[in-house]
Ligand binder design. Structure first.
Ligand code: GDP
Ligand code: MG
Length: 461
């Protein structure tokens, strides 16, 4: 089956930004209207994502469809539900990102904040195109609201003072972005979508600007990213999360970006202690608009085309590392299972190797919850010039502490564990006390940097 611009897949969109900027609310707003009012087409809940079919997108874009003469060519948009770095860094594929597009949410009243900058850095390092939602415009003084109106129509009817407050706050954000080396422009003034990032004013409360942001996501997908979103049979799939579900056992929530997954397919994934090879027993998606707590709430499928969020049931999923690729051997081409196993493990081994090689094996011990977050942590430590000697994934165990303690023989201050988004086991904590290993844990990467640099300054006194 040849790739053709006549058959596109849905594009995958991730949402990022600083806490409290309105990421969850914005997703709620995009979703809820359809759910509550039961509009035709509606949206379907997927694993870790919401799917917005073309029909729904056209409806939500409202008057913009005619005004801008828009034809929706993508089957829809898959918007990842779990906002935050965690999901973005897990949506990885061979060093790049499985996300086609991202939305970075900025609070218009606050401008750029630390995690905004972290998001921008992450997106630029993965070369993922993005738009910026300049959210909470309804908080501008004197803002007059019409629910779900396109922003360009809203702005026209605002009082003079409100308009000028908007202009000055927007320029402020554009300036801050320029300081980050980023060319950006209000989307309706943007003449060059390749060079300039679009700023889209929104309100997650009133829905104003939501038509505009959906329009931009659709247009960028089918104009700039055609090559990326052309449907192709090759499977591209990533494990988002591994969890135990009552009645189903351990399941893997995956995002299938491309290709087709079938019941009975052999799959190969990266495990904590070696490659995991198993077969798909069940392919599940949530029933539309249902809570998904019990087994009966899932729809069973024989085969599913990407892009789609899927829950996979299979044996031996317990040891699978989140963020791992889920490889499927081709049926029509001969393949070597050993090569696939090596391939799927190489993500982890390459991270470990790259981290330790540069410093002659002397440095801190880095540990994170998933492959994606480990990668993000290592990238950050590299730019922060903090050397790393060894890495791992998962909660901090005794053996991690023991490995970290080896640094006492080389450079004692590096007998330190920098842990991102993981728990410390009781035995790990006990061992750390015994072996005098420092452990810094944080849920935000740059907090680790702050803790560690303060500690190093202290050590050097
Ligand atoms: P998140 O941390 O980025 O997911 O932010 P939330 O979606 O939880 O929103 C944080 C707070 O900001 C909540 O109290 C929201 O009600 C509020 N909020 C979010 N979006 C808007 C908006 O567009 N306008 C106003 N006025 N408040 C908003
Ligand atoms: Mg939130």
């Amino acid at each position: 089956e040849a790739r053709t611009p006549d058959r596109l897949r849905s594009s995958i969109v991730c949402i990022m930004g600083h806490v409290d900027t309105g990421k969850t609310k914005l997703l709620d707003n995009i979703r809820r209207t359809n759910v509550q009012e039961g509009e035709a087409g509606g949206i379907t809940q997927q694993i870790g994502a919401s799917f917005f079919p073309a029909e729904t997108l056209r409806e939500r874009m409202g008057s913009l469809v005619e005004k801008k003469n828009i034809t929706v060519k993508v089957p829809g948009l898959m918007i990842i539900d779990t906002p935050g770095h965690e999901s973005f860094s897990n949506l990885r594929s061979r060093g790049s990102s499985l996300c086609d597009l991202a939305i970075v949410v900025v609070d218009i009243m606050h401008g750029l904040e630390p995690q905004t900058i972290e998001s921008l850095t992450m997106l630029r390092s993965k070369k993922t195109p993005f738009v910026i939602a300049l959210n909470k415009v309804d908080r501008l003084y004197g803002w007059s609201t019409v629910k779900d109106r396109p922003f360009i129509e809203s702005l026209e009817v605002q009082p003079e003072g409100t308009r000028s407050e908007f202009e000055s706050r927007a320029s402020q954000v554009l300036l801050q972005l320029a300081e980050q080396g980023l060319n950006a422009e209000l989307y309706y003034k943007n003449k060059d979508f390749k060079e300039y990032v679009s700023l889209i004013p929104t309100s997650a409360i009133t829905g104003e600007g939501v038509p505009d942001i959906l329009m931009m996501l659709v247009l960028l997908s089918q104009k700039m990213l055609v090559d990326r979103v052309m449907w192709c049979p090759e499977v591209q799939c990533t494990v988002l999360e591994v969890k135990v579900i009552e009645g189903l056992g351990t399941t893997a929530d995956v995002i299938l970006a491309n290709g087709t997954l079938k019941r009975g397919d052999q799959i190969v994934m990266c495990g904590f202690s070696g490659p995991v090879v198993t077969r798909v027993r069940e392919l599940l998606t949530p029933r539309p608009l249902r809570e998904m707590r019990v087994k009966t709430d899932y729809l069973h499928h024989e085969s599913i085309d990407g892009a789609m969020g899927i829950k996979i049931c299979a044996n031996n999923l317990e040891g699978v590392v989140a963020g791992s690729a889920c490889l499927v051997p081709y049926k029509d081409v001969p393949y070597d299972l050993e090569v696939l196993k090596e391939d799927v493990m190489s993500d982890l081994s390459q991270l470990a190797k790259a981290a330790s090689e540069v410093n002659g094996g002397v440095g801190v011990y880095a540990i994170a919850s998933t492959l994606g977050s480990l990668e993000a942590l290592l990238e950050f430590l590299k730019t922060s010039k903090i050397p790393v000697s060894a890495v791992n994934i998962g909660p901090i165990h005794k053996k991690d502490v023991m490995k970290a303690s080896i640094m006492h023989q080389f450079k004692s201050e590096y007998a330190t564990i920098l842990a991102f988004d993981v728990n410390l086991t009781k035995e790990g904590a006990d061992m750390a006390k015994e072996l005098n290993v420092r452990i810094f844990t944080a849920e935000i990467i740059y907090h680790l940097f702050d803790q560690f640099t303060a500690y190093m300054a202290d050590v050097r006194k």
